[in-house]
Design a binder for this molecule. Structure first.
Ligand code: SF4
Length: 327
């Protein structure tokens, strides 16, 4: 019997690349164009397998720490940011550092420095071991306590309960973070809020779009890598807001045919570090399975752009001047 179920795709918007990821990836591409290979990159420039593989093919070398970079070579710091100790280690090896830290992460670093200067205890809501959390905590290690989950808010101890402020990783679940803050405030009524949202616009917008489409979906496919915090959060948000099932895939080839059993509406979105080509591959695969009606579910329009890291801007300016001299 032919399958007559009406099949459709709800495509979340916004999805995919945010301004910080775009800037970081272009920074590595420009560094390769300007200086040639190798360009070293400390950690994954953004948490996406495809992006890292593509840049590796073009001559970027990904390392875990600056001591793996030859003295005097160029190194790019990833969008997730680094602690002052990492900057110092790079300077000690005379590395030519290019800082691709997302400006919205830098904003949180500055908040941490300011609150530490005021001798406050910073309750940093985020995932221990995540590069961004290591970088932010590294700005004020003696003043920072990491709170990994709402449950930890019930047990965390601080030296002075009247002198506490919370900050957060930029890529968390908005709802879960608010729950953590509520629980912290129940124990520390004088808990101070950050001056503005630490969870960034891109994380928030992608979650809002998924919240809108999830109730109508039998299945939500999130394109993104396993170590991408905001991508993993999108699966959780989809399930929480009514999707019957939700899976994260790096690429279309990871989609399991069994997921389509009894499914008529598939939601599709992607994390902030995911190039659109990977979403297109998923849509092509879905079209091949009869899901060829695609409706966009848009909840916001994004036009934010960040200027390139100042080291790249300076090198580009120098190159332009050289070219003008030759002309
Ligand atoms: Fe910046 Fe947010 Fe993108 Fe992270 S997810 S790079 S904080 S804009």
């Amino acid at each position: 019997m032919p399958d007559t179920t009406e099949k459709r795709v709800l495509l979340a918007a916004p999805r995919g690349y945010c301004a910080g990821v775009d800037r970081a990836v272009i920074a590595v591409e420009k560094a390769l164009e300007l200086h040639g290979s190798p360009i070293y990159v400390r950690k994954e420039i953004v948490h996406n397998k495809y992006v890292v593989e593509t840049l590796s093919e073009r001559g970027a070398i990904f390392v875990n720490e600056t001591d793996e970079v030859p003295e005097g070579a160029r190194v790019v710091f990833s969008a997730h940011g680094v602690s002052p100790a990492v900057r110092q280690a790079a300077d000690d090896r005379n590395l030519l550092s290019i800082d691709a830290t997302c400006p919205l992460v830098t904003k949180v670093h500055k908040e941490a420095v300011r609150f530490a200067r005021e001798d406050q205890t910073i309750l940093l809501i985020g995932h221990e071991g995540h590069e961004e959390v290591e970088g932010t905590a590294g700005e004020a290690p003696e003043h920072t306590i990491i709170v990994n989950s709402p449950e930890e808010a019930d047990t965390v101890e601080v030296p002075d309960p009247d002198n506490v402020v919370w900050l957060s990783q930029t890529t968390l679940s908005v709802d879960e973070t608010m729950d953590t803050v509520k629980r912290l405030r129940a124990r520390f009524p004088k808990l101070q809020d950050p001056p503005s949202d630490d969870i960034c616009y891109a994380t928030q917008n992608r979650q809002v779009a998924v919240k809108k489409l999830a109730p109508e979906c039998d299945l939500v496919i999130v394109v993104g890598s396993a170590n991408s915090s905001n991508s993993v959060r999108l699966v959780e948000v989809a399930l929480e807001y009514g999707a019957r099932t939700s899976y994260r895939v790096d690429r279309a080839t990871e989609i399991d045919e069994a997921w389509f059993e009894g499914v008529s509406t598939v939601g599709v979105t992607s994390g902030a570090s995911v190039p659109e080509i990977l979403v297109r591959d998923v849509l092509d695969l879905l079209a091949g399975r009869g899901f060829d009606t695609v409706e966009e579910v848009r909840t916001a329009t994004e036009d934010l752009m960040f200027s390139l890291p100042r080291e790249i801007r300076a090198d580009l300016k120098e190159k332009q001047a050289e070219n003008a001299m030759r002309a």
